[in-house]
Write a protein that binds this ligand. Sequence first.
Ligand SMILES: NC(=O)c1ccc[n+]([C@@H]2O[C@H](COP(=O)([O-])OP(=O)(O)OC[C@H]3O[C@@H](n4cnc5c(N)ncnc54)[C@H](O)[C@@H]3O)[C@@H](O)[C@H]2O)c1
Length: 332
Amino acid sequence: MKILVTGGLGFIGSNFILKLLHDSDEYQIINVDAELYGSNIKNVSKIKDSSNYEFVKGNITNKRLMEELISKCDAVINFAAESFVDRSIADPNSFLVSNIRGTFTILDIITKQKKRLVQISTDEVFGSLKSGTANEKSALNPSSPYAATKAAAELLINSYSKTYNTDVIITRCTNNYGPRQYPEKLIPKTIILAKQNKKIPIYGKGTNIRDWIYVDDHCDGVLTAFLKGKSGESYNFSGNNEINNFVIVKKILELINKSEDLIEFVEDRPGHDFRYSMSSEKISKELGWKPKVNFEKGIQDTIKWYLDHEDHWKDSPSSIFNPTPWKNSKKI
Ligand SMILES: NC(=O)c1ccc[n+]([C@@H]2O[C@H](COP(=O)([O-])OP(=O)(O)OC[C@H]3O[C@@H](n4cnc5c(N)ncnc54)[C@H](O)[C@@H]3O)[C@@H](O)[C@H]2O)c1
């Protein structure tokens, strides 16, 4: 089976491609990625010469290119997106282009070519929940420009499913952690700054809660939904692991033997959602998926990976470690 993976030089897309090519030789992958700031060609260095893998530099908004690539494949798994909430506050436009226009471009082509699309979405579309847990029937209520573009893409996809019977599946996941994430995000940023004995910024009081899932579990879920999911349905994946930011940072410092004095509380992000929470009961009951990696083990493996792979992140621009990135100009 030939699959077009978009955004496969990013964090989750690259882990997904590595998993697919490692687990089986029945898949051929074309990876299309625009090589934007968060991508890293080193993420796929292990498989770059595999006969089952091809990389194409390109933008998912490029209709002609996407028509050509999709015509060579059986399905599309769309990971490509602008993905950092803080940047969506500083520069929302690029989020509208990639996350809405880009998804629309793919959606329209797969409808005409009668292929399957799996759209990778996020728990952030449900907005902040003081209590309780969102499920697949919960209303979309996004807070940030990032989450709003992901919700908009979902609405377009649902409209195509109803209007044209397009073969689509939406998956939503909670916060991923693991190897190959761009170091502007909380966990890699904390590991890298701690290693360098630099101050680690935490927004507000650090009480914001996220549910953390190891990236391999998310990739397993995407593959399960792609292979066994019902067209027109959405599936949520959670790690059953809600933790606040302060506790995560303290845990990382403890594991790498650094003092909590490195923590610095900084001005909170505007519109910072307090808590996300989703239930994965549907995919668990209907398709048999469950997260396997326990947080204690996953976070230790993640720390080890960043400490062993300095070459992956050492050239990152220092501006990404700015304590309040949403205040930066458009060039974060
Ligand atoms: N990271 C998380 O915790 C998380 C949680 C839930 C859902 N998601 C979703 O998973 C997907 C992947 O997230 P990630 O963390 O790997 O992001 P990432 O930023 O690490 O990777 C995104 C990749 O997409 C590419 N890209 C962006 N716009 C593009 C375009 N217009 N054309 C071609 N390539 C483009 C980038 O170059 C990059 O390589 C996103 O859709 C995101 O919304 C992420």
